[in-house]
Design a binder for this molecule. Structure first.
Ligand code: ZN
Length: 173
């Protein structure tokens, strides 16, 4: 699919549940997809977007926790390490599950190591919003959604919206 046709895939499309495969070569296609994903993320007002959310089972995500264009960053084959013992709860949304928000408990601090578009390895550590974004996006690469991490009360509150998304997915199949 040409990258200008990439779009954000919504729950319950099964691609969101697949475990993504490592990116084996950083070629022109990967660069074009990453650029398109950053554009889609900004257009949607998001702070992160993972490749499965545009229908590609690749271990790649983009993130920008500040919204400042120079903070756009691409994470290829990311690995998370050194999660803090301290966990914090914070409200999260997901561009693939519109209108659903939930308080999700995650380690406050984490380190991410990944490869950038030039093929260079880099590591970043955060104990702030970035740490949460990396963990949320990393989850997508393993087919994990906030639905799997939300508490019962948020699950109940989201039930109607999820049903609507499921019905509209069925209708377009
Ligand atoms: Zn998400």
């Amino acid at each position: 699919m040409p990258t200008d046709q990439l779009h954000i895939i919504w729950y319950p499309d099964p691609v969101l549940r697949r475990k993504a495969r490592p990116v084996v070569a950083i070629d022109a296609r990967v660069r074009a997809v990453a650029k398109a994903m950053l554009e889609l993320m900004h257009e949607a007002g998001g702070v992160g977007l993972a490749a499965p959310q545009v229908g590609l089972s690749w271990r790649l995500f983009v993130a920008n926790p500040t919204g400042d264009p120079q903070d756009d960053r691409v994470f290829i084959n990311p690995v998370l390490s050194d999660p803090s013992k301290e966990a914090v709860e914070h409200e999260e949304g997901c561009l693939s599950i519109p209108e659903v928000r939930a308080n999700i408990l995650r380690p406050k601090a984490i380190t991410v190591t990944a490869t950038d578009l030039d093929g260079k390895s880099f590591s970043l550590t955060s104990d702030d919003l970035a740490a949460r974004v990396w963990q949320h996006e990393y989850d997508h690469l393993d087919g994990v959604l906030i639905l799997d991490r939300m508490q019962r009360i948020d699950r109940l509150a989201s039930r109607q919206m999820l049903k609507e998304l499921e019905d509209s997915y069925e209708a377009t199949k």
